[in-house]
Write a protein that binds this ligand. Structure first.
Ligand code: FAD
Length: 287
């Protein structure tokens, strides 16, 4: 069982607990992106097991009438074992999700995985892609791109006419300076530039994956200027109040992680900001 201290950031260990959480956020007009925690598997059984759980989850989402999609990690689906393994498992999940009208996001991991991830995304999006429309919550595929990588401007141009969605994030991995911007302000500017390009060139399907009020305000201003549909995505437990407030006006999705491998995810969340650590300590001390 997950201790109360971690339950702000992780929905539980079982799919049922994750779906319960989704039910609660759906009631407040926030949709959910469910992620089974797991990464860097070096053995096929772990890959097969998580892929099977995702396929079952797609059925559970459809069966319970929840407003939810799923998000998978390439290395969870066997990318470390080979691109063919990753593609086979990913396609099995996307096909099952399509049968249930459930959308599948592909998270982006470190720069060594970018090409394989974008190639798999593009092929599947062309096969299963949905129209870029905010009212279309049905099946389709989306991918994440990272503003800290210097290559991302080119990648986003390539993705402009692919029939899927693109989640813009700043980038969570510590990448080498030759290929990545290292200064916070430079990454922020790049993020803003990527959004400007997307709002001008995309027909929709823009996901702003950020808690940063500056980035969200920028997206809102671009929406007012161009009218291109977009959604806001934030992590469970981070700026929850802002999520509910924004959901009164915009489409908001909460990324909801669950599963037995919650410890390292919780540790990352607790360590990345002082407020999160303070929250965790207060929970331990019971005040
Ligand atoms: P930051 O740059 O961390 O902070 C900027 C400002 O945002 C802060 O000054 C503060 O005002 C506000 N803020 C940020 N955090 C908090 C907080 N805890 N409490 C209160 N205010 C806060 N990265 C990947 O590399 N690959 C992925 O696939 C990926 N998927 C993601 C999916 C979602 C839905 C989200 C939200 C993030 C994802 N990320 C992913 C992580 C992302 O790359 C960033 O590392 C992370 O979001 C931190 O950047 P930020 O834009 O949220 O804000």
């Amino acid at each position: 069982m997950i201790p109360p201290i971690a339950s702000r950031f992780v929905a539980g260990e079982s799919p049922a607990e994750a779906l319960d959480h989704v039910h609660r956020v759906n009631q407040r007009n926030v949709r959910a992106i469910i992620n089974l925690l797991g990464e860097h598997y070096d053995e096929r059984p772990a890959v097969r097991s998580d892929a099977a759980e995702y396929r079952a989850l797609a059925g559970d989402i459809a069966g319970s009438n929840l407003d939810a999609s799923i998000s998978v990690k390439p290395s969870q689906l066997g990318l470390d074992l080979g691109e063919d393994v990753f593609r086979e498992e990913l396609e099995s999940i996307v096909a099952a999700a399509a049968d249930h009208d459930v959308f599948v996001w592909i998270d982006m991991e470190d720069h060594t995985t970018t090409d394989a991830t974008l190639d798999a995304y593009e092929d599947l999006a062309r096969e299963y892609g949905s129209e870029r429309s905010p009212s279309d919550h049905g099946f389709g595929v989306g991918v994440c791109v990272q503003a800290n990588l210097k290559r991302t401007r080119d990648d986003v141009q390539r993705l402009a006419d692919v029939p899927g969605k693109v989640r813009f994030v700043k980038g969570a991995y510590d990448e080498p300076a030759e290929i990545a911007y290292k200064e916070t302000e430079r990454v922020n500017q790049e993020y803003e530039h990527l959004l400007e390009y997307a709002f001008e060139e995309f027909e929709g399907g823009i996901a702003v994956g950020s808690h940063d009020p500056r980035m969200i305000d920028h997206a809102r201003a671009l929406y007012d200027e161009h009218g291109t549909d977009f959604e806001i995505q934030m992590l469970m437990g981070v700026r929850d109040d802002a999520q509910y407030e924004l959901a009164e006006e915009y489409e908001v999705w909460q990324y909801v992680p669950y599963g037995g491998r919650w410890k390292s995810y919780f540790y990352r969340r607790a360590m990345e900001r002082k407020e999160n650590l303070r929250f965790a300590l207060r929970a331990i001390l019971g005040r």
